[in-house]
Design a protein around this ligand. Structure first.
Ligand code: MRU
Length: 353
């Protein structure tokens, strides 16, 4: 299953809001459909957002009605701004947009056909880098787990959230094939149930033993000594190692510390944002209150109730035992491990925010 793909000049993606009831793929040549899919979480997960946004810019530039460079530049800028405003927290989106913009600007003097060709080449490179990163993260991260571990994960950091095999779930599946996993506990992940709907679906297909729990059950499992490690993905990792991930991640890190259980993040280096100094500087998306007042389309709270609906929270770096990236396993002190990483594109992302 490939969550987001480029097929015959269009973007093909699985509509994640319909899972697990229905495995429906959408195919579109309209960048606005991709933008709407990102806003509505039909396409979701930090690395998948970057790949989808890059492909969406190819669609915008490739519109057959465009014949002049002026029209192409206007269409590209409009799409760039629309996509940049879609979801604010996952930095992979902005990294991808910045890369695509740089390629476009360098190619504008070479003509419409050259811009289109180079944009597609860059988008395919972003996709391939993510595929490769997922594989390496899985291999490296598996080494962190002891034989027959019981692992807790939150949200969905699997193939659905990337162009490849996932981040945290890549580690889990790889560790399972090595006999390092006895069972995975899956937080349901209120309010949109990415754990219940998506992670269980992926683990079931991979044949990994798993148990679904409500988010509030995690504490009881820690207390019983039933969790040997926590592993989750990330939406943005600040320069000091503070990490934004799906809301509900931070309480797991606190529980893990209290119970002496290691807490790991798995994320590609494209999720690290060295221009954001700390977690306090990470923009946290707030979602529609209806996502909290309703479950499965049914109202569960009184009309007019006040709602606070952040999509993400920040886990402070001192609670994180290691960050598994494709460039290696980063260990505390995370600020200096991140500073030592060599990767391009620093300084560009801020321009498209
Ligand atoms: O709101 P979502 O579903 O896009 O949130 C996704 C997460 O929080 C994931 O854990 C994160 O993007 C990592 S995905 C490899």
């Amino acid at each position: 299953m490939v969550a987001v793909d480029w097929v015959g000049g269009s973007v093909r993606f699985i509509d994640q809001t319909r899972l697990p009831a229905e495995e429906r793929f959408e195919q579109t040549a309209d960048w606005r459909v991709v933008e709407e899919a990102i806003r509505a979480l039909r396409i979701r997960g930090a690395p998948a957002l970057g790949v989808a946004a890059a492909f969406a810019l190819c669609l915008a530039a490739g519109d057959p009605r465009i014949t002049s460079m002026n029209d192409l530049q206007l269409a590209f800028r409009t799409a760039l701004e629309g996509l940049a405003a879609s979801r604010p927290t996952a930095v992979n989106l902005f990294t991808a947009l910045a890369r695509m913009r740089r390629v476009a600007e360098h190619s504008f003097p070479s003509g419409v056909a050259a811009v289109r060709e180079r944009l597609l080449r860059e988008a395919l490179a972003i996709r391939q880098e993510d595929v490769d990163a997922c594989r390496t993260i899985g291999e490296l991260g598996a080494q962190l787990l002891e034989a027959r571990s019981t692992v807790l994960t939150h949200c969905n950091a699997g193939a659905l959230a990337t162009a490849g095999t996932g981040t945290a779930l890549s580690v889990i599946v790889s560790a399972w094939t090595q006999g390092r996993i006895a069972r995975v506990y899956v937080d349901e992940t209120r309010p949109l149930f990415q754990g219940a709907r998506l992670t269980t679906w992926e683990l079931g297909r991979a044949g990994v033993p798993h148990t679904l729990i409500t988010d509030s059950t995690a504490g009881s499992l820690f207390r019983r000594g039933a969790i040997s490690a926590v592993i989750v993905g990330a939406d943005r990792i600040a320069a000091n190692g503070d990490t934004a991930n799906k809301v509900g991640t931070y309480p797991l890190a606190v529980l893990a510390l209290h119970h002496g259980v290691p807490f790991f993040i798995a994320a590609p280096t494209s999720t690290i944002d060295r221009e954001t100094p700390t977690g306090d500087d990470i923009p946290i998306e707030e979602r529609d209150p209806a996502e909290v007042t309703h479950a499965g389309g049914i109202r569960i709270a009184p009309e007019g109730v006040e709602v606070f609906a952040p999509a993400f929270d920040v886990t402070p770096q001192e609670l994180i035992g290691a960050i598994v990236t494709e460039a290696g396993i980063l260990r505390p002190p995370l600020a200096s491990a991140i500073a030592r990483l060599a990767f391009p594109a620093d300084g560009e992302r801020a321009e498209v925010r």
